[in-house]
Ligand binder design. Structure first.
Ligand code: SAH
Length: 220
C-alpha cells in the first residue's frame, strides 16, 4: 500500500484504531464495517489542511457548503443497509466526496451514485479512480428522482435529507429491499430504515435523530 494511502502521523494506524474503538463503544458491531472504517483512507477525501482531523468522528467541510459524513453515521447506515444480506445493487444519493461510496463499493457488487453538484462528483470520481475502485457508476443529476434505468435496487442509501421521502425512491426499491434515509426539516430530522415488503407495503423504523445537509432539488 502506498504511504499516502496508509497514512502517517495523525492519519496513522493508531489514530484509525481510536476511531474504530469509539464506533464500537457507540454500538457499531458489524466487524466487516469496522474493518472497512479502519482500512479506508478518509484523509484522502478531505482537503490536505484538514487531513489531521480525518479520523475524528466528525463531519468535515468538503467545499460548496457540503460535508463528508461523520464516520459513525457512515458505519451505522452501512450496517443497517447490510443487516439482511448483501444487496446486488445499491443506489447512493449524494456522492459528496465519495467516502461512503467507497465503503459501499467494498461490500456490494455494484454501486450507482448520484450527485447534483458536478465539481464534487468529478473530484469523488477522481479519488475513487486513484484508489482503483471500479464497481461504481456515477450520475450527475437530482437524485431525488433516483436512477430509474438500473432499478430496482436491493439497497438505497441517501446522504442528504429531504423533508419527505421521495416517491421515486420508494418505487425504485426492490421488494425485500432496504432504504436508509434521513428525512424531515433541518432541526427535526430522523434517520429511517424503510423496508419494502410487497408492491404496496412499506415499513418504517426510526433509527436515530440526525442532522444532515438538505436534499436540494435540481442540479448545478
Ligand atoms: N456521504 C457523503 C455525503 C455528502 S453530503 C460524503 O461522505 O461525502 C450530501 C451530498 O448530497 C452533497 O454532496 C450534496 O450536494 C448532495 N445532494 C444534495 N441534494 C441532492 C440531490 N437532490 N441529488 C443528489 N445529490 C444531492
Amino acid at each position: 500500500m502506498a504511504a499516502s494511502t496508509r497514512g502517517i502521523g495523525m492519519t496513522s494506524a493508531r489514530t484509525r484504531e481510536r476511531l474504530v474503538l469509539r464506533l464500537k463503544e457507540q454500538g457499531i458491531n458489524d466487524a466487516e464495517v469496522l474493518n472497512l472504517i479502519r482500512s479506508t483512507p478518509r484523509h484522502l477525501f478531505v482537503d490536505e489542511a484538514l487531513a489531521s482531523r480525518a479520523y475524528e468522528d466528525t463531519a468535515l467541510p468538503i467545499g460548496l457548503g457540503q460535508t463528508i459524513s461523520q464516520p459513525y453515521i457512515v458505519a451505522r447506515m452501512t450496517e443497517v443497509l447490510m443487516a439482511d444480506g448483501i444487496p446486488e445493487k445499491v443506489l447512493e444519493v449524494g456522492t459528496g466526496c465519495g467516502y461512503q461510496t467507497l465503503i459501499l463499493a467494498a461490500l456490494v457488487p455494484m454501486v450507482y451514485s448520484v450527485e447534483r453538484l458536478g465539481p464534487l462528483q468529478l473530484r469523488a470520481r477522481q479519488t475513487l479512480n486513484s484508489l482503483k475502485v471500479r464497481n461504481v457508476r456515477y450520475r450527475h443529476a437530482d437524485g431525488g428522482w433516483g436512477w430509474p434505468q438500473h432499478a430496482p435496487y436491493g439497497g438505497i442509501l441517501v446522504g442528504a435529507a429531504p423533508v419527505e421521502v421521495p416517491q421515486a425512491l420508494l418505487e425504485q426499491l426492490a421488494i425485500g429491499g432496504r432504504m436508509v434515509i434521513p428525512a424531515g426539516r433541518t432541526s427535526e430530522q430522523e434517520l429511517l430504515l424503510i423496508t419494502r415488503r410487497s408492491e404496496t407495503d412499506f415499513t418504517r423504523k426510526l433509527l436515530d435523530r440526525v442532522s444532515f445537509v438538505p436534499l436540494v432539488e435540481g442540479m448545478e
